[in-house]
Design a binder for this molecule. Structure first.
Ligand SMILES: Cc1cc2nc3c(=O)[nH]c(=O)nc-3n(C[C@H](O)[C@H](O)[C@H](O)COP(=O)(O)OP(=O)(O)OC[C@H]3O[C@@H](n4cnc5c(N)ncnc54)[C@H](O)[C@@H]3O)c2cc1C
Length: 277
């Protein structure tokens, strides 16, 4: 299917892009891996796309000691190549996004702005308490991941705003794992778990359990985390936490699987993740 007609604007600076986005009925285009299919399916329409690709200043991975800043235009492939030691949980998720072609074009800014409930990065941002830096003509603001994702394909972004970068705090002494279940290689998650955990003297000091594909937005299982914090990881505590996490989710039923099945998958990946520790 062909998309409806739309105009194309190629900015020569971030300021020019923000000016245009402020004035016109326009959306940024980055990798085009979600925007173009949505235009072709006529789920959305707009007067202009503003091409972020010439704005190479938005593509970077900066290691600043206690945090890692990743520019919005950074491609999934670049994240796979350069974050395995800096943000291992993000690396683990990035290498499971789509296929090689999608990873070569798609960007982290595009993925989180698109806010597909089954996308991989949103649960990673939630598990790591990442921050999203948003730019507009009137300046910058910073939003926590928990406040950025508002619902299916809906974020805190307002007209004229773009994601500039994502800031990941460096977690010392944590183990992390990204476990994704798909029906076919390259699919979006049926359910996935982004986990970060710190264990001291056999007790869980901190744990974050965040899921994609099981709710309208990425879902953090705070109640399940409480079961584990301060306790040992035993078969009983792990099972109890897995049941609690699944009990608090509201997974959709769709062509990939029923709501009941997704909850069962959640339990399995939670147990697998925690036993792996
Ligand atoms: C076959 C296929 C398989 C896929 N599999 C997966 C998968 O397994 N897991 C997964 O997570 N994703 C998957 N994706 C989606 C992929 O990761 C996309 O790259 C991503 O969702 C969108 O990134 P993009 O750079 O292509 O954004 P675009 O498609 O260019 O834009 C997407 C949306 O974000 C907006 N946008 C883009 N950049 C910014 C910015 N900096 N600030 C504000 N708004 C912005 C656009 O206006 C648009 O609304 C798949 C896509 C395809 C085509």
């Amino acid at each position: 299917m062909y998309p409806p007609e739309f105009g194309y604007f190629k900015p020569s600076s971030v300021d020019e892009a923000l000016d245009f986005l402020d004035k016109e009925d326009a959306r940024p285009i980055a990798g085009g891996q979600s925007l173009i299919p949505m235009l072709k399916l006529r789920v959305i329409s707009l007067n202009y796309v503003v091409d972020l690709n010439p704005l190479t200043s938005l593509s970077y991975i900066k290691d600043e000691g206690n945090e890692v800043r990743i520019g919005a235009l950074t491609r999934h492939a670049e994240i796979v190549s350069n974050t395995s030691s800096k943000v291992p949980l993000l690396y683990d998720a990035a290498r499971q996004v789509g296929d090689v072609q999608v990873r070569n074009l798609g960007t982290i800014g595009g993925s989180i702005s698109n806010a597909d409930p089954a996308a991989d990065y949103p649960s990673v941002l939630l598990a790591l308490d990442a921050k999203v830096v948003i730019s507009s003509k009137s300046g910058e603001r910073v939003v926590s991941a928990k406040d950025f994702f508002k619902g299916p394909f809906t974020t805190d972004l307002k007209k004229g705003e773009i994601v500039k970068e994502i800031v990941f705090p460096r977690l010392e002494g944590y183990k992390t794992a990204y476990i994704k279940v798909v029906r076919r290689a390259g699919d979006f998650a049926l359910a996935s778990l982004a986990m970060a955990i710190k264990v001291s003297n056999g007790n869980v000091e901190d744990v974050r359990l965040a899921y994609s594909g099981v709710s309208d937005s990425p879902y953090r299982a705070y109640e399940a985390e409480k079961i584990l914090i301060g306790n040992r990881l035993t078969d009983e505590t792990i099972q109890e936490a897995a049941e609690k996490a699944a009990g608090g989710a509201n997974p959709p039923t769709d062509v990939r699987g029923s709501s009941w099945y997704r909850k069962e998958v959640m339990k399995v990946i939670t147990v697998k993740g925690l036993r792996g520790v």
